[in-house]
Write a protein that binds this ligand. Structure first.
Ligand SMILES: CC(=O)SCCNC(=O)CCNC(=O)[C@H](O)C(C)(C)COP(=O)(O)OP(=O)(O)OC[C@H]1O[C@@H](n2cnc3c(N)ncnc32)[C@H](O)[C@@H]1OP(=O)(O)O
Ligand SMILES: CC(=O)C(=O)O
Length: 531
């Protein structure tokens, strides 16, 4: 069977920039374009030259090596020629391989938003496409609101698509701009367009307002479309766009597609998918979605005991694809939902050699379940689990003992009426026969406690010197008067290793203290320190 090509068109840097809370700098844009280029995306839409200085600057040079670098903008305004339209001029001036025009395809929008005649809108499409073709650019036309427009006035929506194609657009992209269309409607409407415009020239641009953007994109492919527009991690206006990361996973790995279609994304670059997805979140300072298909930290994490038992026998029992093909990893979590298989798997990963049936394994499982009922959650605190196992095995030396600590938090106005906040901590630790007292100030009580605790650990001081507190998370575990605070603290050491510990207490400082001391003990164990 000959395989057809599906072209991927990324609009992270344009529609993705329309996401609430997302602001790309020029460097961010460069970095994202580089990631997309390496991944094998066919078109990288870099933004809207002329709309703002940053996007105009981004188009001062071509930013991709392999992908077609694409400039986005609207068709010419009515009442002037394309050559006299500053918006079209900015697009033609851009150092881009391709231009993607947005054009109205819903008669209602032409009347209400543009306030022009239906014929003038068609003229705008034709003349804008022709102007770009004359300058040697490849052209795509995003037919805005195509599906809503088709439902309201199919003849006019089709006339817009046909006008774009006849004027020389390589791609006529059908947009579900408001994201309200369902897969069966997309399939039927794309098939109708296919009677006028060959499927090899039809694209789909789906928004996710019904949670159907990926399904709609696949439905369009089934109906003949051969270009898919989307964004990394589903960024985009309102609820976002079709998530290209998910689509790449489906198109590359699902039999129905992988056998029929080729993509620019190779098997090798597919293994970078998780990295690319997380890198974009890193660039944007966003928390990655743990539950993202294919690439989320939980996408191959097994928590339930019955699942874990089967996964350890054969991962295919609960996994639809292998995690490493997309650069992700399998994880079996230890929690109150798990059984001995979960614990054994985690023990093996951490380097402990205990067998199923060993009484220590069931004792450990009982202890995990008991502690989780108090509010602990070990699935996100691997270092605390490690310390717990070592304790159960009697392998934690008495490194140090904290005899007492106190924390003082002050908020006051000074003599000249300025607000002053201060936090101080004092920690008294016994290390062997030595009693050490340290005091420290911090930008908050936990910081002060952390600094005081790590100020002087006597003979262990050198081993904890390189620790850096990376992240601190607090969650109230139960509501009402029984509320307990769960604190998760992430540390990194000089070797670049990161780990997370947990503390639980009705008192936030005490919970933080538990997590801090677990981290010190973990680091000392990791360093091979002895009593
Ligand atoms: C569905 C989408 O996501 S389309 C992409 C939307 N993205 C953006 O809008 C981001 C960048 N946009 C911008 O920076 C600005 O809107 C600009 C620079 C493009 C235009 O700014 P302004 O000239 O101040 O216009 P403004 O944003 O207020 O309104 C848009 C104008 O474009 C017209 N217009 C909208 N779509 C089209 C089109 N496809 N073809 C021709 N004109 C259009 C509107 O009728 C409106 O005209 P009006 O001012 O005569 O009423
Ligand atoms: C073009 C575009 O972003 C849309 O119609 O949603």
């Amino acid at each position: 069977m000959t395989r057809e090509r599906i072209y991927l068109f990324d609009t992270t840097l344009r529609d993705g920039a329309q996401t609430t809370g997302v602001d790309f700098s020029l460097d961010d844009k460069r970095a994202v374009a580089g990631l997309l280029d390496k991944l094998g995306i066919d078109y990288v839409e870099g933004g809207y030259p002329g709309a703002n200085p940053l996007d105009t600057a981004f188009f001062s040079e071509k930013r991709t090596k392999n992908a077609k670098f694409t400039a986005f903008g609207m068709t010419k305004r009515a009442g002037r020629s394309a050559s006299n339209d500053p918006g079209v001029a900015a697009l033609l001036d851009a150092q881009a391989d391709a231009i993607c025009f947005v054009a109205k395809a819903w008669d209602y929008h032409v009347h209400v938003a543009l306030e022009i005649s239906l014929e003038d809108n068609l003229l705008g499409i034709r003349e804008s496409v022709a102007a770009a073709r004359e300058k040697g650019r490849e052209v795509a036309v995003d037919c805005e609101h195509f599906f809503d427009g088709y439902k309201a006035n199919p003849e006019y929506a089709l006339a817009c698509a046909k006008a774009a194609f006849d004027a020389g657009a390589r791609w006529v992209v059908l947009c579900d701009t408001n994201g309200g269309t369902l897969p069966h409607e997309v399939a039927a409407i794309v098939a109708e367009v296919g009677k006028l415009v060959p499927g090899s020239h039809i694209g789909i641009h789906a928004h996710d307002d019904c949670g159907c953007a990926v399904a709609n994109s696949l439905a369009a492919v089934e109906a003949g479309a051969r270009q898919i527009q989307g964004t990394l991690n589903g960024l985009g206006e309102r609820c976002g766009n079709a998530n290209l990361v998910t689509l790449i996973g489906a198109l590359k790995l699902k039999d129905g597609y992988a056998k029929r279609f080729d993509l620019g994304v190779t098997d090798e670059t597919l293994s970078q998918l998780t990295h690319v997805s997380r890198q974009v979140d890193e660039i944007l300072n966003r928390q990655p979605n743990r539950h993202a298909p294919f690439v989320g930290a939980s996408a191959f994490a097994t928590k339930a005991g019955i699942h874990a038992s089967a996964v350890l026998k054969d991962p295919r029992t609960y996994e639809h694809v292998e995690p490493d093909v997309v650069g992700n990893v399998r994880k079996v979590l230890v929690s109150d939902q798990g059984g001995q298989s979960n614990v054994l798997s985690e023990l093996k990963r951490l380097g402990f050699h205990l067998e199923k049936g060993d009484l220590r394994v069931s004792r450990l499982l009982d202890e995990v379940k008991r502690k989780e009922s108090e509010g602990f959650a070990f699935e996100g605190a691997d270092a605390s689990f490690f310390v717990l196992v070592k304790r159960m095995l009697g392998e934690v030396p008495a490194f140090f003992e904290v005899e007492r600590f106190s924390v003082n938090v002050e908020r006051r106005y000074n003599a000249v009426g300025e607000l002053v906040t201060a936090s101080e901590a004092i920690v008294k630790v016994r290390v062997g026969d030595e009693v050490l007292i340290s005091a420290a100030e911090g930008n908050g009580p936990v910081n002060a406690l952390d600094v005081a605790l790590r100020k002087d650990l006597g003979k262990y001081q050198d081993l904890i010197q390189d620790l850096e507190l990376i992240d601190y998370k607090v969650r109230i575990y139960q509501g009402g008067s029984d509320a307990v605070t769960r604190v998760l603290i992430e540390f990194e050491d000089g070797a670049g290793d990161r780990w997370t510990t947990i503390g639980v207490s009705p008192n936030i400082i005490d919970a933080s203290f538990q997590a801090l001391t677990d981290s010190m003990i973990y680091k000392l164990l990791k360093s091979g320190a002895s009593h």
